[in-house]
Design a protein around this ligand. Sequence first.
Ligand code: CDP
Length: 793
Amino acid sequence: TVHERVDTFHDNDQKPVGYGRMLRKEDPRFLRGRGRYVDDVQLPGMLHLAILRSPVAHARIVSIDTSAAEASPGVKAVVTGAMLAQQNLAWMPTLSNDVQAVLATDKVRFQGQEVAFVVAEDRYAARDALELIDVEYDVLDPVIDARRALESDAPLIRDDLDGKTNNHCFDWETGDEAATEAVFARADVVVSQDLVYPRVHPAPMETCGAVADYDAVDGKLRLWSTTQAPHAHRTLYAIVAGLPEHKIQVISPDIGGGFGNKVPIYPGYVCAIVASIVTGKPVKWMEDRSENLISTGFARDYIMRGEIAATRDGRILGIRTNVLADHGAFNGTAAPVKYPAGFFGVFTGSYDIEAAYCKMTAVYTNKAPGGVAYACSFRITEAVYLVERIVDCLADELGMDPAELRLKNFIQPEQFPYTTKTGWVYDSGNYEPTMRLAMEMASYDELRREQAEKRARGELMGIGIAFFTEAVGAGPRKDMDILGLGMADGCELRVHPTGKAVVRLSVQSQGQGHETTFAQIVAEEIGIPPADIEVLHGDTDNTPFGLGTYGSRSTPVSGAAAALVARKVRDKARIIASGMLEVSVADLEWEKGAFHVAGDPGRSVTIQDIALRAHGAGDLPEGIEGGLEAQICYNPSNLTYPHGAYICVVDIDPGTAQVTVRRFIAVDDCGTRINPMIIEGQVHGGLTDGVGMALMEMIAFDEDGNCLGASLMDYLIPTSLEVPDWETGFTVTPSPHHPIGAKGVGESATVGSPPAIVNAVVDALKPFGVRHADMPLTPSRVWDAMRGQARPP
Ligand code: CDP
């Protein structure tokens, strides 16, 4: 069913309605330039920190002379790795149980690695002094290509790890190898394709930074930082620094985009804390754009071989893949512990197949650490790209229409909950109507006719389809933890005497509109208008514990917590109402914002009346305490599995090989929709990201390991000029286990759009016999593909 409430109401409207289009409560401050970001924090006596970074990718540090820098005007301290090592702080754990240098002591292992820092009276004095630090490097051969990393004569990168003799990081497999082998052996058709998902960067508009303020008298550390997970970060700081958690307050104020980039703990945060402790002053560290691009969490960097087996009439039997994963110099991947390859296991996509198998090898290289989930749930982007590209290759081999091939193989609605051949339990889905709606919106048959006519005239037009299932809302704590912290989220709701409320979340918005949508969720449950519900987040002293925002987990986990905590408050309100109306609880009926006596709607009390009574004079029913508030910690029973059908239309200039995305139709199903306007915004942003990844973005390196994408002149991100007017639609298949049936949506578009665009480009290039070309499909790559010279990045 497709249904939507079409209310459009504004901040000051007093409608008790919850879900619907509502202007964002946070926008008045953003639109007036009144957002408060980490770099806006100014504290009395604050000092500034700048980091010296390695100019080379791989080198032994012979010596560091800091004397000239120390003598530079305004400089308060210069700190090297050797100094940190004396305090046992030179290395820190990563989110994947590896270690990462805070400041290099022995070697530098990637260009841009942190080597030393200066603390000075202002940002300029600190930066000037960096140039006076004299480091002597003994340059070593770097390993830049993951394919080179495991060769027996490859230079050893991680000689800091005991007994390490090669650049192997981890192996991982999923699925059933023998069963997959058997279906491949009996298949009529097998298609294989090598695919590279290049290294890309989330490139949030706001770079990373922190202000650390350690008070030696009361022993309390306050840290404003650009983090998507303030509570998790606080616990890790407590463990590493040996400070008790109640003496650490992590404040994540307004965040200018995260996209996964602000999940890891970066050396800069730790340096700022150390600097504040050493100097006794507040210290600010704020990266510049190049520092963000060359040293913080990258994404993807998977070299994949995909294989698909099918019958001649187009029934997909099995999918098999072999992946070489480049994790850079330190394994800084952010993923639940049991899932070193994130949720790549969903590579079987939206299809009902007989067998699947994946084998992955991960390696270290002399590149920045990371492997963050850039706007996706832990490597799902790579998985969806793999399956949606090889399904297209199969359609090409079979001479079948790619939409028809997908429709023929979808998991059917009655098969849900559906357990995939790699063990994921898809909660709900109804794929065909979503696909049909996208085809209808696109006028698919007409597009194919237009394409045939254009082809006959030598024009290059392509139509690309991608159908995806995401797995978002990590996760059930029995299966998922990050460094031992279970992936649950807390929520607290307090209703004040006058019926205004405050809801406190453990997740942290980076622009997704939580201040609006979480107020809407609570409004829908207890009937207080969203305008009267204040949403607080991002301050560990003032919000309950939980694991934060990434992998579109806020709505599936914290959104569920908000609905349930509101129901808990409503249950208490019902008991108080029964006392006020002098009837039994069973005789009360609830209607948005008020309880009335069954059969007598005239006898009613509003939630505001109840709030006043809960705090006011007079007796409450037996055993009921005063106040109207509740707290819960929500542990999801499963992930939620949103899906979507995307159709992209491209034109390619045969003279310049420039790709233009002419149309893009995106039909998303994220279950119950809380705020359709916000969902559309999320989808528009993710689709734009997809154009970037498919056509423009790549963090490339030269053979010496110099990063070639260190500025936004070299690392191209899309603007409104490169994207079409998005055409969005939706279907609604609620999640059966989420209290309001909502699934996450924040990252669906980033996941689904790259394969749709690449499939469209490859479709346009069919007359040249092209079956695949790797991203980013820049004019030169498309040009090469047209000449039969496509090569992997
Ligand atoms: O974790 P993150 O906030 O990045 O992703 P999300 O949970 O998918 O939510 C992104 C935004 O879309 C939030 O403001 C959600 O409340 C909103 N949303 C919605 O209105 N309806 C849904 N079914 C899912 C998300």
